[in-house]
Design a protein around this ligand. Structure first.
Ligand SMILES: NC(=O)c1ccc[n+]([C@@H]2O[C@H](COP(=O)([O-])OP(=O)(O)OC[C@H]3O[C@@H](n4cnc5c(N)ncnc54)[C@H](O)[C@@H]3O)[C@@H](O)[C@H]2O)c1
Length: 312
């Protein structure tokens, strides 16, 4: 298959693109390289890889990028609540308007894979039990709002699959240290101490290599998945912040403390159901323990840098 990956030089894209290439697909990446990434350089040796440096908001660029592909995986976005708060107009332009620009320019039959986030379940709804794909989405951040509005419009169109990814963790050529497990692990190793606010908040995680596998799985199973949204994660990684921090502390020996008096600006506090994607046959392979061990070994070598967070 020939696949366009927008945002393919980002955290997820930098792991997903090599996976798709090794599965035998031809991959074209469209990315503005907003973090000055150089990860894609290593892929030029592969004749099935092609790169367009450009902006998702530009009509002609998107047209050129879509030319001749079977699928588009639209990962390009301003990602995370802090960045979207800082650059609100651009967040709507990239996350929402450009997602619909792709929709308006793609040819009939070109499949469209769109990532939303479980952060869209928001906190305004009191959620009883697990969030399923039918739980109403009422995001509180601009980030969540841009992604949910885009998903709601796209999923009514033919040949679209959307995902609600849980918080992704792990290592990537375009590293992010602003994701909870990655940040906790870095602090545990380099500061030897972790202080956790609102430790009973419930969160869900998935390893980055399983996101790459999920995208590849969707290409193989597109006809049975199209027209639906899928939560992506694994129930073993539905856990409180306290449980995550305790596992990290066990692995690193760092000092752990809990502070109930300080609020976490990230209000996500719910577990997620993954029954729908499991019924399709997709089950993540990397469990928390294995993912955290790799993360610990990798992050030992990494100094903190503002280029590893989406806001400086
Ligand atoms: N990482 C997570 O935990 C997570 C969870 C749920 C959903 N998602 C979604 O997955 C996708 C990828 O996230 P990520 O973690 O890899 O983020 P990232 O910030 O690492 O990657 C985003 C990429 O988009 C590119 N980009 C930004 N604006 C652009 C523009 N105008 N034109 C072209 N390229 C542009 C950036 O250069 C970057 O390479 C996003 O759509 C995000 O909403 C991520």
């Amino acid at each position: 298959m020939k696949i366009l990956v927008t945002g393919g030089a980002g955290f997820l894209g930098s792991v997903a693109v090599p996976q798709l290439l090794s599965d035998g697909h031809q991959v074209r990446v469209l990315d503005s390289l907003m973090f000055n990434q150089i990860g894609p350089l290593a892929l030029y040796i592969n004749p099935d890889f092609e790169f367009i440096k450009g902006d998702m908001r530009d009509n002609e660029t998107v047209k050129r990028a879509l030319d001749g592909v079977d699928f588009v995986i639209n990962l390009a976005a301003l990602v995370g609540a802090p960045l979207c708060k800082q650059r609100e107009k651009e967040a709507w332009e990239v996350n929402y308007e450009a997602a619909l620009l792709v929709e308006s320019l793609r040819a009939p039959g070109q499949g469209y894979l769109f990532p939303n986030s479980t952060s869209g379940y928001g906190t305004r709804n009191p959620v009883d039990g697990l969030c399923t794909e039918d739980t109403p989405m009422e995001p509180i951040s601009t980030y969540g709002q841009t992604k949910v509005k885009a998903e709601q419009e796209l999923i009514t169109k033919p040949d679209v699959v959307s995902y609600r990814f849980t918080t992704v963790f792990g290592l990537s050529p375009r590293l992010r240290l602003d994701l909870m497990p990655n940040e906790f692990m870095w602090r545990a190793i380099h500061e030897q101490a972790l202080t956790i606010f609102e430790p009973e908040f419930q969160r869900s995680f998935i390893h980055i290599t399983d996101i790459a596998r999920c995208l590849a799985f969707t290409i193989e199973n597109f006809d049975k998945m199209k027209g639906r949204s899928f939560n992506v994660g694994h129930e073993s990684m539905n856990m409180t912040k306290r449980q995550l921090a305790e596992q990290i502390s066990e692995k690193t020996g760092c000092k752990l403390s809990f502070d109930d008096s300080r609020a976490d600006p990230d209000k996500r506090n719910y577990f997620v159901s993954f029954g729908r994607i499991q019924e399709m046959g997709f089950i993540p392979r990397i469990r928390l323990d294995q993912g955290l061990t790799a993360l610990r070994e990798g992050l030992k070598t990494v100094e903190w840098s503002s280029t590893f967070t989406n806001v400086q």
